[in-house]
Design a protein around this ligand. Structure first.
Ligand SMILES: Nc1ncnc2c1ncn2[C@@H]1O[C@H](COP(=O)(O)OP(=O)(O)O)[C@@H](O)[C@H]1O
Ligand SMILES: [Mg+2]
Length: 423
């Protein structure tokens, strides 16, 4: 089979961009597709990893077989073995019938294991076995069964770090990583940012039958230099938000800035530097988390101040508030569990009596100190609040809340239990 043309592949899979790192990643996918080798796709959240297993499947001899995508991070630990490998009748409470697992169903096809870094160690052992020998055993059975499945896995975690921390088996890592494909972050492919923006803006215009938004040159500058921690997914969301919320079709720097979280534009980024995969989930120190929490709270505070001022001066009516403040973006920082950093140090924050916590910015010294009492707000408290907010924002939809918080669904489940938020 002649190797397909990269540009055609991009068109077929709706991949926008012409960056050489991106082209390289697609090229590797095409080269490895006809083989049966395992592939590990790495890259930060939102870079577009999900197209790669599909490309690999479509250009393999398995393309008429089934393609099954499984998000390992969203299956509860208790059922994951049974979902992947199946179970026998009566193998656990609730197992009323026999069930086929994905490894059996995908026989002859491709299995995409997304967020593979979230697999529990016991499941990792089973996975290693099936990758090495094609053999697996259903939960509650002793019969060894055979399957022929090609595995493509993806993760946004730093897997070397996961191996070092003992949360991911080294042998499995090498086994999956036979062919690594790294999808570049958006800040590594700045030349694609504007292309993507225009594509999302015109898609949105078509969908809602309205003219596409256009950026003033000065706004384009901001778009290009923003660091896009949520990558293409974030760019897409923000472009859609602006398209829908703003009436004016010409987007000024001020409008654009108001949609970028934490007003990071022009400010020394907290997580500066070039990215490595999983950067988003890894903070190098606890201090960075604290900075980010404080920074975000300060931004909330400033936003609130602005709203209060506008209300007092009659510039806006209370009824307009809901419309104006829907684009609140949650802080992706509280990855206490995922980053392996223990939230030991409490940050000192002043509470106004009987009210929500506020951070008093340094330049607010004129605020009457007697109105406040010093209390401590631990990272856990902040985290709990963020999770509560995210769940509220998404009407209790855990999948969306987890995405917003940039933690896995499983971590979110655990935290909800831990903080009794399911009551
Ligand atoms: N190069 C691209 N061109 C067009 N859309 C893209 C591109 N990369 C990502 N996207 C879009 O961004 C979103 C996130 O992509 P996804 O593959 O889910 O990211 P990841 O799995 O790496 O977190 C999806 O809506 C996807 O369609
Ligand atoms: Mg994904």
């Amino acid at each position: 089979m002649a190797k397909p043309d990269i540009q055609q592949v991009k068109q077929r899979f709706g991949i926008i961009g012409n960056n050489s790192l991106l082209n390289r990643a697609i090229d590797i996918a095409l080269q490895v597709a006809p083989t049966d080798m395992s592939v590990l796709v790495t890259g930060e959240s939102g870079v577009g990893k999900e197209s790669f297993p599909q490309i690999i499947h479509q250009f393999s001899h398995r393309k008429h077989g089934s393609y099954i995508a499984v998000n390992c991070g969203s299956i509860p630990e208790g059922t994951i073995d049974s979902e992947l490998f199946g179970h026998e009748k009566g193998s656990f409470t609730g197992a009323t019938g026999e069930r086929k697992g994905y490894f059996e169903v995908a026989n002859g096809g491709t299995l995409f294991l997304d967020e593979v870094g979230e697999l529990p160690l016991s499941t990792q052992a089973r996975l290693l076995r099936v990758l090495e020998t094609g053999e697996f055993i259903k939960v509650g059975s002793s019969k060894v069964e055979k399957t022929d499945v090609r595995v493509v896995a993806a993760t946004n975690l730093d897997m070397v770090d996961a191996v070092n921390r003992g949360t991911f088996r080294e042998d499995l890592y090498y086994r999956l990583n036979t062919v690594p494909i790294r999808v570049p972050s958006l800040r590594e492919r700045k030349e694609d940012i504007y292309l993507l923006f225009r594509k999302f803006a015109s898609d949105c215009a078509e969908k809602y039958r309205m003219p596409a938004i256009v950026l003033l040159d000065s706004a384009k500058e901001i778009l290009m230099n923003y660091r896009w921690p949520g990558n293409v997914r974030q760019l897409k969301n923000i472009t859609e938000q602006i398209s829908i919320i703003e009436r004016e079709r010409e987007i000024t720097p001020d409008i654009l800035r108001s949609y970028l979280p934490a007003n990071e534009v022009g400010i020394v980024p907290i997580k500066a530097g070039t990215s490595t995969s999983g950067e988003q989930n890894m903070f190098s120190s606890e201090r960075e988390i604290l900075y980010q929490v404080l920074w975000d709270m300060r931004k909330d505070m400033n936003d609130l101040k602005k709203v209060v001022q506008e209300l007092v001066s009659g510039k806006i009516q209370p009824s307009e508030l809901a419309r104006q403040h829907t684009e609140e973006t949650l802080l992706p920082s509280l990855l206490v569990a995922d980053s392996g950093i223990q939230p030991s140090a409490p940050i000192s924050i002043k509470y106004k009596k009987d009210e929500q916590p506020v951070v008093i910015p340094v330049d607010e010294s004129h605020v009457d100190e007697t109105d406040y009492e010093e209390q401590t707000l631990s990272l856990e408290d902040v985290e709990r609040e963020m999770i509560k907010k995210a769940l509220e924002k998404h009407g209790g939809k855990r999948k969306n809340a987890a995405e917003d918080l940039k933690i896995s669904e499983r971590t979110l489940y655990r935290k909800i239990k831990e903080y009794n938020l399911d009551k």
